[in-house]
Design a protein around this ligand. Sequence first.
Ligand code: MG
Length: 323
Amino acid sequence: MMRFTRPAFGRIVPVILGATAAFWLGAGGRASSAQAPTPTPATQTPSAPAAPARQGQPAARGPAVDQGAVRDANGAIIGYTKLAEIPGTQWRIHDASRPHPHVITPGATVGAPPSDAIILFDGKDLSRWAHSQNGQLTDAPWPVHDGYFETGAGSGSIVTREKFGDVQLHVEFATPSPGRGFSQDRGNSGVIFMGRYEVQVLDSYENVTYADGQAAAIYGEYPPLVNAARKPGEWQTYDIVFEAPKFNGTMVTSPAYVTVFWNGVLVQNRRPVMGPTSATMTVHQYTPHEAELPLTLQDHAHPVRYRNIWIRRLAGIDLPEQK
Ligand code: MG
């Protein structure tokens, strides 16, 4: 029964709280936007500091308390200097001195690279990619056509010349049409972060394989939440957030985390990766490695096509202001 009563309770509670808040406001009391009103008016002292009642607005009622409001040329409040501290940071709430996120220009269409993206393939050449063998990098041998390239069909995987840690990656791919083969032997490739952690690329349109090896699976670990496959030959997208694992000596202090949108659909929601994904006879287990490593596109001897590949480093918040 609880399963049915809880949603109703959840709807009723805000109504009760809202009505109570309206009562106190009507009676001259003060109500914070973020807190339920205090049950007895006697506990509310006139000198209690007023919290900003609405986003960007000073408290409408109560005695004037110096919150250290900072205003712009238009008189609009753009921060404060005397509100409460945010634990674990050097900032106060709404801190006027906290650096602002850098301004970038989003792509005009979904999938188009924003201004701070590193373009890994723009439809013309594979100069940002290489073939790696015994630590030696040579030019990527995969054939480039008009606006896309194809996996090398046996010539070996390719890696980015640049190394990456935490990133957002956009990649578009199309599996061979007409589809040929079955299970893993059908439009197989892969997006492999740091040469170890694979998000599977496969023709998963009406093609059954093991769940943790289908398209958008974190290989050998997590099937995608849904199968959002398009037909063979149709362009598909992955938008992936990859957080690199962190090590302290031989200790894993944080696993890798992978989030995947497949054709715009969330299919991996910040999954903690268990370790390098290629092992099948042993448990996936981390071995410490560098903080940044190349991104790999897997050659599985199927001519999978790729286009419009871009990547963004995730540098975090509170960076120095842009010049
Ligand atoms: Mg693969």
